[in-house]
Ligand binder design. Structure first.
Ligand code: GLN
Length: 206
């Protein structure tokens, strides 16, 4: 494994950007904000934070970032989305607002505010494949869940308790990954470490 320090952008249109930046730095990456297409060109990978996917979509349109984001992801840039970010990386969204678009990339259908219909936020443990034996303490805030995935998508985490136990809440498809919960809020940086390792490997392959 190389010790290269990847530059990982955090999409900074809206949402909990600072928390992700801190977690990425904790995982040995250099974190920078991405708000413009030129800034996107300078990063090795991208995190799409939690927040509100409808707002993020509208702002991405206004800032003319949607197409550049799609192009870079198609070209193989690693990306990780949490919560609203998971929605942004999904190819298909249920319960979105009229006309809601995503960046896409992960062959999955997510249901927006799925857990939130019953309870706004909750915490439960989620064992995560490839991230150690201890289950992850996962915080869900008006979270989506993954309703279904295509053949190329690996389910790496399911809710172990809470409402709708067993729901898919973490996935990976090649260089793309997404979690319905917010690992940036808990001080456990395993997900960010995992992503930073994925980015380092992708850089080696280039
Ligand atoms: N409900 C939000 C959305 O639709 C996601 C919530 C979150 O990111 N905490 O985008």
């Amino acid at each position: 494994m190389t010790t290269a320090v990847p530059t990982i952008g955090v999409l900074a249109l809206q949402g909990d950007v600072r928390e992700h930046a801190r977690a990425l730095e904790g995982a040995g990456a250099r974190a920078v904000s991405v708000r413009r297409p030129e800034e996107l060109e300078r990063v090795d990978a991208l995190v799409v934070p939690g927040g509100e996917s409808t707002t993020m979509w509208r702002l991405a349109r206004t800032f003319e970032l949607l197409e550049p984001l799609r192009k870079r992801i198609e070209a193989g840039m690693p990306a990780y989305g949490s919560c609203a970010g998971m929605i942004m990386l999904a190819d298909r969204v249920l319960d979105g607002v009229e006309g809601q678009e995503t960046i896409g990339g992960i062959d999955m259908t997510v249901r927006r505010n799925a857990f939130g219909r019953q309870v706004d936020s909750f915490e439960t443990s989620v064992p995560l494949e490839g991230m150690g034996d201890a289950p992850f303490h996962a915080v869900f805030i008006r979270a989506p869940w993954v309703e279904s995935v295509g053949d190329g998508v690996r389910v790496i985490g399911r809710a172990e308790g809470g409402p709708n136990i067993g729901r898919i809440v973490a996935v990976r498809q090649g260089r793309l990954m997404a979690t319905a919960f917010h690992p940036e809020l808990t001080g456990d940086h395993r997900v960010h470490h995992y992503f930073a390792d994925l980015v380092r490997r992708a850089m080696e392959e280039e």
